[in-house]
Design a protein around this ligand. Sequence first.
Ligand SMILES: CC(C)(COP(=O)(O)OP(=O)(O)OC[C@H]1O[C@@H](n2cnc3c(N)ncnc32)[C@H](O)[C@@H]1OP(=O)(O)O)[C@@H](O)C(=O)NCCC(=O)NCCS
Length: 456
Amino acid sequence: MPPINLQTFDNNHQFVAWFRHASPYIHTHRGKTFVLSFEGAAVSSHNFRHLMHDIALLHSLGIRLVLVHGTRQRIERNLQERDIKQQYAEGMRITDGESLEQVKAACGQITSDIRALLSMGLSHSPQSYANIRVVGSNFVTAKPLGVRDGVDFMHTGVVRRVDKAGIIEQLDNQCVVLVSPLGYSPTGEIFNLSVEDVATSVAIALQAHKWLCLTEVNEPMSEDGYLTLQEAQALVETRQDAESFRQLRNAIRACENGVERVHLIKRNIDGGLLLELFSRDGVGTMVSRDPFENLRQASIDDIGGILSLITPLEQEGILVKRPRDKLEAEIHRFIVQERDGAIVACAALYPYTEDRAAELACLVVSPHYKGQRRGDALLAFMEQEALQVGINRLFVLTTHTAQWFQERGFVPADLDTLPVDRRRLYNHQRQSKVFFKPLEFKDKASLNGNQTLAAF
Ligand SMILES: CC(C)(COP(=O)(O)OP(=O)(O)OC[C@H]1O[C@@H](n2cnc3c(N)ncnc32)[C@H](O)[C@@H]1OP(=O)(O)O)[C@@H](O)C(=O)NCCC(=O)NCCS
């Protein structure tokens, strides 16, 4: 038998683990509509080719993609080369007839470059066999920005409407749709638009599942890379100035108008798009129309998620083994904490109403989410739920976690303090220690602001 190459084994092992880990995301994203926008600077960057490979990969995984590209840098280069002086007002380009020609040229150059890169299919390259059809059209109707404070913006415009049906038709035909920041008017005029305006409008028109916005600047906006719509709204109130907060305002507008999620991802992270879409915590800032996390009563569909949390602990002897049918029968006793569709924590409450006591069991936080005091949030929630149904003492039976409970107000107690029915079930082989905690009402608002507390 040949010797085992441990190095290869390690790599193989990591690859398989990574691929398996990505599979739920692959299932979730398939068939969804994503708008992906990037600025002109991305097109001339060294890793643009990699971005195109990643886009091809997303397409082959069944994601319906609309690409919105910027042109700013290319326009500036074209104007400089021709010694045309550019004028700005209110941070926007004033597009006169001469610069409009350069805007059109820049769009033509960039769309050709993108088409060329997405057409690549050399064998052994990331895009071999991809066969992507890229389609662009007059999907955006625009109107002039007009005269503001005495300044005529001429051919600089804003989006008036998006041809939703036209885009959907192309997506249904398995095409990647490419939208340039140019808009056309019913009078036959052409307008220079901002990439953000086009991307936001397209995402809203399509009611996209995601708008992935590759940004040139990206200040950290939240510790865990996640903002609810309300949090994002509160944050922009405090910062009117910074560039990345301008992007955040667009993200808010998109979410307020029906886009499920907006991801602001630093463009210069190689593979940032894949990391954001296929890894647990991503690399960008996500603004979500709906709560990303939610604490709720478990249902039969959560059995798999709960088992994946508790089985390793049962094997270690930290939790007592629960047969699957028992878990199914008792599922209504469980609450789960769900994060982006995955169960990351759970706990169960078994009331002994006559004794006005309840057992807290199966309190588990996924090892991937340690250090965030989720256990405290679950415990606080369970305490309040117990109080709601007239329970005034919580008890736990534990072999490994005594100290954690003691630090949270549980005190050691004798076996005979347990409700009689529970005492009969006591497993004398396990020799679990018993702890009780007297309960008192707390303000629910002080529990965990991020969570939707469902009645249990
Ligand atoms: C107990 C548990 C739910 C806490 O999860 P958590 O809130 O994510 O814990 P965190 O990682 O945020 O740590 C919070 C604190 O608890 C401490 N802690 C975690 N596990 C502990 C344990 N078994 N004993 C004592 N302290 C513990 C941590 O050290 C930390 O304290 P510190 O910051 O002062 O060092 C989690 O460790 C778990 O799932 N344990 C296995 C299942 C279990 O034993 N459940 C209880 C029986 S039902």
